[in-house]
Design a protein around this ligand. Sequence first.
Ligand code: BG6
Length: 489
Amino acid sequence: MAFPKKFLWGGAVAANQCEGAYLEGGKGLALPDMLLGGDVNTPRTFCPTIEKDRFYPSHEAIDFYHHYKEDIALFAEMGFTCFRLSINWARIFPNGDDAQPNEEGLAFYDAVFDECKKHGIEPLVTLSHYEIPWAIVTKYHGFYNRETIELYVKYATTCFERYKDKVKYWLTFNEINMPLMSPQVGDMYGIGVIQDVDLKRTAPCKFPDMKDVPQERLQALHNVFVASAKAVIEGHKINPNFMIGNMVCHVTRYPLTPNPKDMLETQRMDHIFNDLCGDVQVRGAYPYFAKKYYRSLGVDTSFMDDEADKKLLLEGAVDFYTFSYYMSNCITTDENADKIEDSMLAGAKNPYLKASDWGWQIDPDGLRWTLNKLASRYPDTPIMVVENGFGAFDKVEADGSIHDDYRISYFREHIRAMGEAVEDGVPLIGYTTWGPIDLVSAGTGQYAKRYGFIYVNRHDDGTGDFSRSRKDSFFWYKKVIASNGADLD
Ligand code: BG6
């Protein structure tokens, strides 16, 4: 496999899924702090108040806040040259609209980046990985309010100024297309627009019970685009060498049959859910198909024609394209086809693919297909895979070892597919696996859905001492990095 010489190898985490210490160091509440745990059959619920007898996984997560030195040393032992992490916005601006940033929060990330530097690891920083301060949700109605654009830009520029000599690679918003993929979940994950829910209620609220107002959701997404563009513009003023990217959740879609109706529906879904956000952020303008879709939901699209915003989107185009890739799905117009039971990623089952215990279909060739698609859609744009991984139940043997050959095999095939895409000519610059260390699942809130090369002794019943240990995949990935992707055995 011929990966480029300075290819970035590493892993990715999000603050809300690993840090814990949810009220330490002056941090305010962030939206994920209000989410309860679920499991494979029970989606997470949202509890808008903190109740003593309930379990909110982000509150302790894997306690990266106190273990970051040990964790970064383990990443270095695997040979990481890149570590993707997010800054928790509520650590920097605990109330979202504070006049001054919280120095203790800023100092924490200084220490983390210094630790990365000590080990020769390049940080890749996501500014918003779902961690919108709770106060912005309650006081401003999230990104539906244009004032939130300015709050975000202030937060972003504070980080750019503070870390301009420590961080070169930035992403503005994680999985920015989530509000299109899944309305209510997307409101939670990203735009912070919670509709028709009593925010003082003490009982949990299921996502499907929440109301969706497409006008608010899509206006908020537009404001997120503008916020991202402004951040890119300001970031380049602060340090012209910054590389600032987007981040899309790419669920690759195939037609289930060669029926032209399936082909058309697949193209339509691919356009809306996978391409729309990337087009806005990379090309700097809404694609031609956006208006028809928005209008089909009854949305007044005049915000798309605002001249000042159009100018910003164009000037604030990103420097590189990044995405998460876990699976592919099939699309069909046949209502009787065998469906995938996951509201967020709905589609039909592909008879050629196996799936994880959470129903996510495993498709390494789909990654090669996707990389080629993106390279032709966004010519001359460097691409990075910033999330890819296998959530699984792990078994700890009596001697403490963990034989996760299923995870090794998932990564082997995906890295092989990436290598083939590089040989195809795709300008791929790096790869960070999701959850190089076990962490809290975003979708289900579980610890049991483990992604790591590093095991964390922490469980869904709240037991465990947070100790870390190396799985078989740890040693395997170390070998892969050492050989720059050549040795996948
Ligand atoms: C992506 C998110 O959707 O997928 C991560 O950016 C998330 O935050 C990851 O953890 C895997 O999903 P899950 O639900 O298995 O944690």
